[in-house]
Design a protein around this ligand. Structure first.
Ligand code: ADP
Length: 470
């Protein structure tokens, strides 16, 4: 059953119980008040009749101050008729509670008189032939006798009023419940609106639409829940997006890796087959063997690079204080004098905290790429600057440059802008991927600025915490 239905039904049930109990007490209270009034009037009437009886008894002709039964009967008769427009219901009994006079329809038994004493009066409510009466009893000491006077007051109307009250209240309650159930239905479905929106959003997300968000329609706890749900959905979407990216990157990596393996292996197998199946002249024999050797070397270099990347990814560096001079002098030894491109080194002295061997391999890769991209004779600059946030390294060339759309991709493993050119220079598209991993370990990242035909600048900053300037 829907929550809105449950709220609706519970509200109606609570209202019905509350109205039922409230109505019962209300009608009963009115009844009790009426009964109290009627009882009081019955008792007043009893007092008046008693007084009237006493007066009449004193005025009745009596012998030696004795009140005879016939005199009592007569007084009783007179009192019964003394009511203005209705008959009075009364009964007079002697000391033995034997009836001396009774109105024609006085049907009540005389048990009430057992509770009546000289000073005390009694009353009770009785039902006689479908009608209700307040029966009162009192003692009337007159002359030499102690007589009993009983009266009956008809209160059937009060009982009928109570029955009518219950009937009216029942009808009213049903009417109110019907009208309010219509309102309650709308209120409960309005209150559960945020839950409906949340459910819809959750369903859409289950179907794969992670960008879907629940509509926030209130600022209460439900609004807070919607906000939290949307925040959670945002995190989930981002995480799933990252995971998808990672899976895609891995698939690309595997595809590129198998492709990079396949190309040289096909050539190696082809040349090896040629060597073993035919007798070649000396020059062709050398060329074939040389091809197998160079491709083999390339494969070896590639597998070593791959190994480096995998190891670096799982590596935690132990940073040591390193003099930047060591890094630059290493590069100077590698590229300074020999080589096709003149190298210019411009740097400020300083110290960094990092792993020198890894940083050397980054600089070496960048310098190597700069040479590969440049024509013989083009200068390559290696720069070092001590900045406020850290120590900044850059390798700048005036080579072929990189198109803007390629910039993002060149750091992916196996990505080469010009594949044949890179392969001919022993490249496999792994150098920059390795640089990125090493720089991540140093909490740094590779910045690339490049213009096609004008050259490129690859730079990175070993951050402040890792730096100690001289
Ligand atoms: P590779 O082993 O092919 O050099 P890298 O990951 O080092 O692999 O470089 C990826 C690609 O980025 C290279 O194939 C090259 O096309 C491009 N590239 C890298 N450095 C430069 C540069 N300085 N100038 C122009 N292109 C570059």
């Amino acid at each position: 059953m829907k929550l809105s239905m449950k709220i609706w039904l519970c509200s109606i049930a609570v209202m019905a119980v509350a109205f039922g109990i409230g109505g019962y007490f209300f009608v009963n209270d009115v009844f009790e008040a009426s009964m109290e009034r009627e009882t009081k009037q019955a008792m007043d009437e009893s007092s008046i009749l008693r007084f009237a009886f006493e007066t009449a008894a004193l005025n009745a002709p009596s012998k030696y101050g004795i009140l005879s039964d016939s005199a009592v009967e007569k007084i009783g008769y007179n009192l019964e008729k003394s009511g203005q427009d209705t008959l009075r219901h009364l009964r007079l009994s002697d000391e033995e509670r034997q009836v001396l006079y009774a109105s024609g329809d006085f049907g009540a038994d005389g048990d009430l008189l057992l509770d009546v004493g000289e000073e005390s009066r009694a009353y009770r409510v009785i039902a006689l032939e479908g009608r209700y009466y307040v029966q009162t009893g009192t003692m009337v000491p007159t002359l030499d006798r102690r007589l009993y006077l009983e009266t009956l007051r008809d209160v059937t109307e009060v009982y009928e009023e109570r029955t009518r009250g219950f009937a009216v209240y029942r009808t009213l309650m049903l009417l109110i419940l019907v009208i309010s159930s219509v309102f309650l239905f709308f209120i409960s479905s309005w209150l559960t609106r945020p839950i409906r929106f949340l459910t819809q959003a959750a369903k859409k997300m289950t179907d794969g639409d992670y960008s879907c968000r629940a509509r926030q329609v209130s600022r209460d706890e439900m609004g807070q829940l919607t906000r939290d749900f949307n925040r959670m959905a945002g995190v989930l979407e981002e995480t799933i997006h990252n995971l998808e990216e990672e899976v895609r990157a891995r698939e690309d990596f595997i595809a590129a890796f198998s492709h990079e393996l396949k190309t040289p292996l096909t050539a190696v197998i082809g040349y090896a087959d040629l060597l073993r199946s035919r007798k070649l002249d000396e020059e062709k024999h050398f060329l074939s063997a040389n091809y197998i050797y160079t491709e083999g070397k390339r494969l070896e270099a590639m597998s070593l690079r791959l190994l480096d990347i995998i190891v670096t990814k799982r590596y935690a560096i132990e940073p040591q204080e390193t003099d930047v001079e060591d890094l630059f002098s290493y590069l100077r030894d590698m590229y300074g004098e020999h080589g096709e491109n003149p190298f210019v080194f411009r740097y400020e002295p300083g110290h960094i905290r990092g792993e020198a061997n890894l940083l050397k391999s980054v600089l070496l890769n960048l310098a190597d790429n700069a040479c590969k991209a440049s024509s013989p004779g083009d200068p390559v600059e290696v720069l070092g600057e001590c900045r406020e946030e850290g120590y900044w390294f850059a390798v700048r060339d005036q080579g072929v440059g990189i198109a803007p759309e390629e910039l993002k991709k060149i750091t992916e493993a196996f990505y080469m802008v010009d594949k044949s050119r890179s392969r001919s220079r022993n490249g496999a598209g792994l150098g920059l991927a390795l640089c990125v991993e090493v720089l991540k370990l140093h909490e740094s990242r590779l910045e690339i600025e490049s213009r096609p035909g004008e050259g490129s600048c690859f730079s990175f900053l070993i951050p402040f915490e890792e730096v100690k300037a001289e």
